[in-house]
Ligand binder design. Structure first.
Ligand SMILES: N[C@@H](CCC(=O)N[C@@H](CS)C(=O)NCC(=O)O)C(=O)O
Length: 240
């Protein structure tokens, strides 16, 4: 989601060279272990990207590396030097290092594990609340995470902590008392209101409302013509 948000932001800012093809990798069906995907990401995780704009295709894996690659290529959403760049990269790497405790830790035990084990749920909930507090304090002193400007750090953090603060992740809003993090919620709503974020959130999405799922994205008009409610209306009705 963070990569498609950046690509949509770049297009919205007039960078026509950011036009992209997004293919669906169904991780619950093991697509990430197929030989074609492993050639792009030897670690078998989404996201992964091939930049075909140069003389030779360039593969990039790890979401943070993809965001930096694109931001540098287009000279956008990442300050080129100085303390502003250091701050944006610090928060970007903060996200990559912190989120395994939210997704692999809290999300796994709270939402997906076959049984409810109290100890890991409490342990990871405590860590996630600590992380939410870190973000809330930062967003109390700054409009965006890295300062006055919207950067790739916001795009990396919003899909996890922004959506969590808005109650859109794991249905854990009440359990984690996310309403307490007022600065984080202010920022989450601000980022969520951006049309490019709304589009980026739809790409490769396979859950929720059929009208918000664009399984593959190959051109801008796909948002109007190829969402699941339009290409598989019978299926989406049957799914409720
Ligand atoms: N540090 C990696 C994490 C990527 C990651 O964990 N992706 C998950 C989905 S959120 C995945 O592909 N899981 C499939 C699997 O573990 O087999 C990044 O930021 O790109």
């Amino acid at each position: 989601m963070k990569v498609t948000i950046l690509l949509e932001e770049l297009l919205a800012a007039g960078h026509a060279g950011a036009e992209y093809d997004a293919w669906l990798i169904r991780i619950n069906e093991g697509d990430q272990f197929s030989s074609g995907f492993v050639e792009i990401n030897p670690n078998s995780k989404i996201p992964a990207m091939v930049d075909r704009s140069g003389p030779e295709p360039v593969r990039i894996f790890e979401s943070g590396a993809i965001l930096v690659h694109l931001a540098e290529k287009f000279g956008a959403f990442l300050p080129g030097s100085g303390p502003e760049r250091a701050e944006a990269l610090s928060w970007l790497f903060w996200q990559v290092g912190s989120t395994p405790f939210l997704g692999g830790g809290f999300g796994h035990f709270y939402a997906y594990a076959p049984e409810k084990f109290e100890y890991p749920i409490n342990r990871y909930a405590m860590e996630v609340k600590r992380q939410l507090d870190v973000l809330d304090r930062r967003l109390g002193e700054s409009e965006y995470v890295a300062g006055p400007d919207y950067t790739i750090a916001d795009m990396a953090i919003w899909p996890w902590y922004g959506q969590l603060a808005q109650g859109l992740l794991y249905e854990a809003g009440t359990f984690l008392q996310v309403h307490e993090y007022r600065n984080l919620r202010r920022w989450a709503e601000q980022v969520a209101s951006r049309p490019a974020v709304q589009r980026g959130r739809m790409v490769n999405r396979v859950t929720g409302d059929a009208a918000s799922q664009l399984h593959e994205r190959h051109e801008a008009s796909d948002f109007e013509t190829r969402t699941q409610d339009k290409i598989a209306p019978a299926e989406s009705e049957a799914a409720g």
